[in-house]
Unconditional design. Structure first.
Length: 324
């Protein structure tokens, strides 16, 4: 059994709201133009990660997941279930909503999209669009039709280190001056509700998806109550940001490494890892791997035990059993 971590080459996407911070903040070699998204760990056909090291170097994650299920605890599904991104918002994103699995399968032949954000950077007074004020579908439809966006949309102040869980059906948007690490279902289905009347590259206003948005928006909006759970190990901490009791799709943790921290795979089918600050080492048996801010990799289920060394912050995740 191969017990080597799978380091990944990310894929970058130009966005009308993007910028150049992914180059400055992470040292990535990004394409020219406004780059808004780094698809860091992805098996999605719109941007598939490539393995950089070891036995499977040059292989794409989607193919590896299908052809070597033993690395991922023999999943029932053939599509990699989680997508990890870094988003760099230098302008307002469109006001949007994502469908759940049932609606997405019926209408888009896709998974739905529940997601969450760990805020890497936020300008002073930064906020998200998160939720709405409508008490009924009739009120929602009326406010959308009349363009009462200031009355309809809720704002949520955010700062560096905040965590926001966004179930499907939630109206939301990043705004200018925010950088996040996003963990989500492996889906690229977004319904655009409002876009500030922006003009796209074709010289026309960008497409809106009003009818589908109204179909899937949860009414009334109730913000999910997510309470992080902190476990301390000397000077290092492990914080469960969202677990299986709140998300049927994934568990997400934040690891603040200050002193050596040993972990085991236990019931996890595999582990996705993103280094978001600092640097250190990943020790597996007799082997040590240097890791730095901006690295993304997977620990397959064939790795039973490992140790983190250094001074760094990691965001880790895995699919919850029964949903992958």
């Amino acid at each position: 059994m191969d017990s080597t971590p799978l380091f990944l080459k990310p894929v970058f996407h130009r966005k009308i709201w993007g910028g150049r911070n992914l180059e400055r903040d992470f040292g990535y070699q990004i394409p020219d133009g406004k780059i808004g998204e780094c698809w860091a760990i992805s098996g999605h056909p719109h941007g598939v990660s490539t393995i950089k090291n070891g036995t499977y170097a040059g292989e794409t994650l989607d193919v590896l997941y299908r052809q070597h299920p033993e690395l991922f605890d023999h999943p029932q599904e053939t599509k990699f279930p989680i997508l990890t991104k870094i988003l760099d918002a230098n302008d307002q994103l469109s006001i949007q909503v994502h469908p759940d699995d049932e609606y997405a399968k019926k209408n888009e032949n896709s998974l739905g999209k529940t997601e969450c954000w760990y805020v890497l950077k936020a300008k002073p007074d930064a906020y998200l669009i998160y939720g709405h004020t409508a008490k009924s579908h009739d009120e929602l439809d009326e406010m959308i039709e009349d363009g009462k966006w200031d009355k309809l949309l809720k704002r949520l102040p955010v700062k560096q280190g905040d965590f926001i869980f966004t179930p499907s059906g939630t109206i939301h948007a990043l705004t200018e001056g925010i950088e996040v690490l996003e963990t989500q279902q492996s889906s690229d289905i977004t319904y655009r509700l409002y876009d500030y009347d922006r003009i796209g590259q074709n010289g026309k206003k960008r497409r809106l998806d009003i009818a589908k948005s109204e179909d899937v928006i949860t009414v009334p909006f109730v913000a999910p109550h997510i309470k992080p759970q902190v476990v301390r190990d000397k000077e290092s901490t492990v914080t469960i940001l969202v677990g299986s009791e709140d998300s049927p799709y994934f568990t997400v943790q934040k690891l603040s490494i200050k002193t050596p921290l040993t972990e085991k795979m236990r019931a996890r089918p595999f582990l996705l890892v993103s280094v978001v600050t600092g640097s250190g080492s990943l020790v597996i048996g007799d082997y040590s791997y240097n890791v730095i801010k901006g690295d993304h990799f997977i620990l397959p289920v064939t790795i039973n035990k490992w140790q983190w060394l250094g001074d760094m912050t990691l965001i880790t995740s895995w699919p919850n059993l029964g949903k992958y």
